[in-house]
Design a binder for this molecule. Sequence first.
Ligand SMILES: [Zn+2]
Length: 250
Amino acid sequence: MTEFDDDIEDDEEDEEQEEEKEKSTGYEVGCTLSNCPNKIFISYKDPVRVALRTVFGFEDNELKLQIEKLLKPCPTGFAFSNNVDLQAPSDLNPVTSQIKTPGSCFTQTHFTWNLDELKKYEGQLISYVLKKMEVKEDTFQDLVDRFESGEMGAEAYLQGIEDIHIRERVLFCIIKTWAMAAGTEGAFRGAQELDLVDHFGARILITIADALETGMGADSLSTLSKEASNWDGMVEREIRTYLARIGKGF
Ligand SMILES: [Zn+2]
């Protein structure tokens, strides 16, 4: 087992303990303006959190502090902080972090991350991904071959599959965070020039489009549909099929 997988295992153990304590899947960070009801929900599985933890090794309070530094200020202009005492239950939708503007019945979408701050990590995030791309890891085919030849038992085979899933999940979190930091042009150009598409397939473009939606609200389907024309052959076909299958494409 690699150091990389250990990180995730530890993460899951830590999370179990934290979950027992807080009975939650993440934690909230409050606005520093007194009486402002706005809070940001940070999921333990948030790609930015996973990326900071995996690439930079931040843990516990240091991890919370680094995340706090990356948060966009509240619409009131005040910063979000880990040190705000949160008493009232959250009225936030943890998925979109839609914040009710104080003193108003309107809601607005608040984007969680300060992309200028995130940009500082861009180089290190992509370096990590590129380094991982060079490491020869087991593929599903390797596992099937070893299982069929009797070299590997059923339990080891299933564990191997689980390890691949965890590895990919983490790597995609890091790619997603990098794409937010790199911005639309940088991320798609990077995907091409750094061979991310060759290595991971067309689904990496879907991940990038998702990241741009999370980061700045760019509709991921329109982004993908525009990006499809920059590709040809299998990649373009895969994107168009994906778009068609989820109903909004052509
Ligand atoms: Zn506020």
